[in-house]
Write a protein that binds this ligand. Structure first.
Ligand code: NAD
Length: 309
């Protein structure tokens, strides 16, 4: 299994480390338009590989070097500076995706390659990459709200005093400020959230829910304020997605792919079954009418941003 990572900044390096540590790939190639940075990352990661799985890691100076890649991860482009939203990156990163995707497609097998998008604003970049690559939507996958969903599960787990593994909960829609927490579909150990809270004698007030929503939606802003960028969480999310694909695990992940037709075409996150051929199925989770309205609004924001690039 050969993986290419395009864009080896904070995120690309963290992704490479996390992917290397899965032991599932035999070769990782790194490309960045800053060749010195890519070579330095390959050198450092190569040394790290000596302590773990035997993975061949190299920097390539042009796109011919990614030939034979089964999966290409795109993590290039500007990141948010303190105070910036993901949407502020729109025009700059659209140019980055326009630069990268045709070059990638000229050097991979379109019949089997899977593209994983990380660059923000994520959902719009998925729409653009799918259009430019002309690949089936099921094989142009954005990490979407995987990280937001992980943050939600972690916060809920602490409040409910159970393992995050026992909580099924989803953040839907945009990987951005309009994301929607689907309170209606949350289950804990197979019980609805209400039933669990009743049995565990925990009270989740409307104010607590609001605080949780705020923390989930603003987690990235807090991290960027504190350490300049986010990378460890997304590194783990990408390697988890990769593991799910390579092992054909068919887990349900909140990833973003292009769906719908005509005026309804949009990429946003919904719970989706992911396996060796990418996304195999999309689920429509239980939602209140308010949650459905907010999800539709989230989709419209993504469509509007896409129309601006
Ligand atoms: P960074 O500035 O550290 O690295 C970006 C890298 O991209 C640089 O090395 C740069 O040289 C390279 N690059 C830029 N344009 C390129 C091009 N045309 N071709 C090849 N390489 C190019 O930024 P970062 O912190 O690594 O963030 C990268 C992206 O990931 C950002 O858009 C950021 O918002 C996004 N991100 C997404 C998530 C998520 O959940 N989806 C989480 C964190 C960060």
């Amino acid at each position: 299994m050969k993986i290419a990572i395009i864009g080896v900044g904070s995120v690309g390096s963290a992704v490479a480390t996390a992917v290397k540590n899965t032991g599932l790939v035999h070769e990782i190639v790194l490309y960045d338009r800053d060749g010195i940075r890519a070579r330095a990352a390959a050198e450092d990661l190569g040394h790290a590989a000596a302590f773990g799985f035997d993975v061949k890691i190299s920097a390539v100076s042009n796109y011919r070097g990614i030939r034979g890649s089964d999966i290409v991860i795109i993590s290039a482009g500007a990141n948010q500076k303190p105070g910036q939203t993901r949407t502020d990156l729109l025009q700059n990163n659209a140019e980055v995706i326009r630069d990268i995707v045709p070059r990638v497609m000229a050097n991979v097998d379109p019949k089997r390659v899977i593209l994983i998008l990380v660059t923000n604003p994520l959902d719009v970049m998925v729409m653009l990459a799918q259009k430019l690559s002309n690949l089936p939507p099921a094989r142009v996958i954005g990490t979407g709200t995987m990280l937001d969903t992980a943050r939600l599960r972690t916060i809920l787990a602490r409040g409910l005093d159970v393992s995050p593994q026992s909580i099924h909960s989803y953040v839907l829609g945009e990987h951005g400020d309009s994301s929607v927490i689907d309170w209606s579909s949350i289950t804990v150990g197979g019980l609805s959230l209400e039933d669990f809270c009743h049995q565990a004698k925990v009270t989740l007030t409307a104010a607590t829910r609001e605080t949780i929503e705020y923390r989930v939606r603003n987690a990235a802003y807090e991290i960027i304020r504190g350490r300049g960028a986010t990378w460890d969480g997304i590194g783990a999310a990408v390697s988890d997605l990769l593991k799910c694909i390579i092992n054909d695990e068919r887990r349900i992940l909140t990833v973003s792919i292009v769906a719908g037709t005509g005026a309804h075409t949009v990429a946003m996150s919904l719970p989706r079954v992911v396996g060796v051929n990418g996304v195999a199925m999309t689920l429509n989770p239980k939602m209140s009418s308010d949650e459905s309205t907010r999800l539709r609004r989230s989709g419209k924001i993504i469509q509007k941003n896409f129309s601006h690039i």
